[in-house]
Write a protein that binds this ligand. Structure first.
Ligand code: 5GP
Ligand code: MG
Length: 178
């Protein structure tokens, strides 16, 4: 499919499944090296990171502990700037290496908040792995430790990402037609 329609908007094919999967495969190799001999806690950020999490964890193919958390700071097609803790991390992170798995970093507001929160709770090393990164939209000094692909600040859907709850299930990534 080259084009999809969600609610009132048209989207066009932007990144193929093959391209995103090979980027995740490369990321998995780097992460695998960095976590050798450690006991990291992976935290998948719902809902958007569900497909990225499955892709990455399958590549890592190890005994790693994985938990899920949920925050919200994004409505419609632009960010609101405030973070709600809908389902915070429940595992004790004290003295542990924590690797957050996020679908996309836009302004950085959400992950900046969550990473600082985990550090306050005593995590030894808090890292961020993101499937996609929009550096031009960044509003804080956050830099992801592991990035799949860098993209321009367009609004995208697919592979976990939604437009008002539709579009998460597509295997490819689409961008809003302007
Ligand atoms: P940030 O806090 O970095 O501004 O926003 C991060 C969150 O906003 C992501 O986890 C994601 O849920 C949402 N988001 C940011 N950019 C996009 C986008 O282009 N498309 C969609 N569907 N969600 C986005
Ligand atoms: Mg998200």
């Amino acid at each position: 499919m080259d084009r999809i329609r969600l609610w009132d908007k048209e989207f066009e094919l932007f990144i193929s499944e093959q391209e995103i999967r090979s980027a995740i495969m490369e990321m998995a190799k780097t992460i695998k090296k960095d976590i050798e001999g450690k006991n990291p806690l992976f935290v998948s950020i719902l809902n958007g990171a569900f497909m990225f999490t499955a892709d990455l964890m399958r590549e890592l193919n190890g005994p790693y502990e994985l938990t899920f958390a949920r925050y919200s700071s994004y409505h419609g097609t632009s960010t609101t700037g405030s973070v709600n803790e809908i389902m915070p991390v429940k595992v004790d992170v004290k003295d542990r290496m924590v690797i957050l798995l996020e679908d996309i970093i836009d302004t950085g507001t959400t992950m900046n908040y969550v990473m600082n929160r985990l550090r306050t709770q005593g995590a030894a090393d808090v890292r961020l792995a993101t499937m996609l990164y929009k550096p031009e939209a960044m509003k804080c000094s956050l830099v992801p430790d592991y990035t799949g692909l860098i993209i321009p600040p367009d609004f995208i859907v697919g592979r976990g990402l939604d437009y008002d709850e539709l579009g998460r299930s597509y295997r490819d990534i689409y961008k809003l037609k302007v």
